[in-house]
Design a protein around this ligand. Structure first.
Ligand code: AMP
Ligand code: MG
Length: 392
């Protein structure tokens, strides 16, 4: 049995290399940029008018003759004398010989002549080439979360594809003779399978499309077959149940037989003591306890950081502190992860913490962390918790 921190450290030390793929920017949702992107063109690529008005060569002349018009998207580049101007609109290319744009509200127009009522500063209302970024400069750093703004920014450059970290391919295997899939009659002694659906859902919420979800009955053959199939198609395999010490728990035996290297088994924690972690080449296997709340707790604490890493984020949790309300005793000597509700800097425990119960999880937005050495919590204590509000 190992300590929670050691278990996390062990996972961290055995993380496989991130993989990346080239992705169309139109298909990216929260992808993470896997390489630095340098500007292939300057932005703006030409001198642009920032306003609707008149472009002219600054000389102090206030009365100018309008010799033409340039609209956004057009190329019109006449020579200009000191007493000449062109009508221009926002986004249009400023003729090379003009250096200033006066906004139309500050001009009186009479046929083809304008009189500037309020003279701008030289250079006003002209966006210079490369004002935002120059060709060749670093446009976006590796690690940038490609949100809608980043997608728009990349499109500005005409970039169609970018390398992003590939989310892991994950398989989920639910084990147990008692499990019944939704839509089927529940016979006496059976229960509906909640874990595979719950894991699929939390994976999806965290940017992972599960590549397979299968069931195994409690035989060594069936469990072995499902693990072997999953190893062929996935980077990460999550197994639920069958990892405890009962006569019909075959997951550990199957993993060892298949040659998945055991890196740890059993963590000094509640919930989720029978947690198993191993690897085969660059594939990771996490066998989660079957009790639904243990399964989810172990997923959030151990599996989510793996997924975050593989997606290009940090291997970490969103740990925060809050003021505890209530009283609590820890006589277990174990690391505890308690379903809690945090609001406005305060945190309180939800009732029904048992590892078989999901109701409190469904109401919680925090996992309160209690170290094995902490025996008691009192109102006013500052306590750490994992903020899970955005994870579930
Ligand atoms: P096990 O670790 O296989 O002994 O399972 C521990 C407990 O979790 C038992 O009460 C199982 O019935 C329950 N359990 C295991 N797998 C699931 C599942 N997929 N959905 C709901 N409950 C499960
Ligand atoms: Mg079982």
């Amino acid at each position: 049995m190992i300590l929670f921190e050691k278990a996390l450290e062990c996972i961290n030390l055995n993380l496989p290399k991130r993989k990346f793929v080239s992705c169309k920017i139109t298909e990216i949702i929260d992808g993470i940029l896997a390489e630095d992107i340098y500007a292939p063109i300057s932005l703006p690529p030409f001198r642009q008018s920032a306003m609707d008005g008149y472009a002219f060569k600054y000389s102090g002349n206030k009365t100018l003759k309008v010799i033409g018009e340039v609209r956004a998207g057009e190329f019109f580049n006449p020579s200009l004398n000191n007493n000449e101007a062109v009508r221009i609109f926002t986004g249009a290319r400023v003729p090379d010989e003009a250096n200033t744009v006066v906004i139309q509200e500050h001009v009186e127009r009479n046929l083809n002549e304008i009189t500037i009522a309020k003279i701008p500063e030289k250079g006003d209302n002209v966006r210079d080439v490369g004002e935002q970024i120059k060709k060749g400069d670093l446009a976006l750093k590796k690690g940038n979360v490609l949100n809608s703004a980043s997608i728009g920014y990349l499109a500005n450059f005409g970039i169609e594809n970018v390398p992003i970290y590939r989310a892991p391919k994950v398989s989920v295997i639910g084990t147990g003779d008692e499990l019944v899939a939704l839509g089927n009659q529940l016979e006496e002694g059976k229960i509906y399978d909640s874990n595979t659906l719950m894991l699929q859902s939390v994976l999806k919420k965290n940017g992972v499309e599960t590549v397979s979800v299968t069931k195994a009955v409690d035989t060594l053959e069936d469990v072995t077959r499902e693990i072997n199939k999953a190893l062929e198609i996935s980077d990460l395999i999550l197994i639920s149940g069958g990892i405890s010490v009962g006569d019909y728990d075959f997951v550990r035996q199957a993993l060892i037989d298949i040659g998945v290297e055991e890196l740890f088994y059993k963590v000094n924690q509640r919930p989720g003591k029978p947690l198993w972690f191993g690897k085969k080449e660059d594939k990771l296997v996490v066998a989660l306890p079957g009790n639904p709340a243990s399964s989810l707790s172990c997923f959030l604490v151990y599996v989510l950081p793996i997924i975050r890493h593989l997606r290009g984020l940090e291997f970490n949790h969103n740990i925060q502190n809050a003021k505890f309300e209530g009283s609590f005793q820890n006589k277990t000597g174990k690391q505890l992860f308690l379903k809690a509700e945090q609001k406005d800097g305060k945190i309180s425990l939800l009732s029904h913490q048992a590892s078989s119960m999901l109701h409190s999880f469904a109401l919680s937005n925090a996992l309160l962390l209690v170290s094995p050495s902490i025996t008691e919590l009192k109102s006013g204590d500052i306590v750490p918790y994992i903020n899970i509000a955005n994870d579930l």
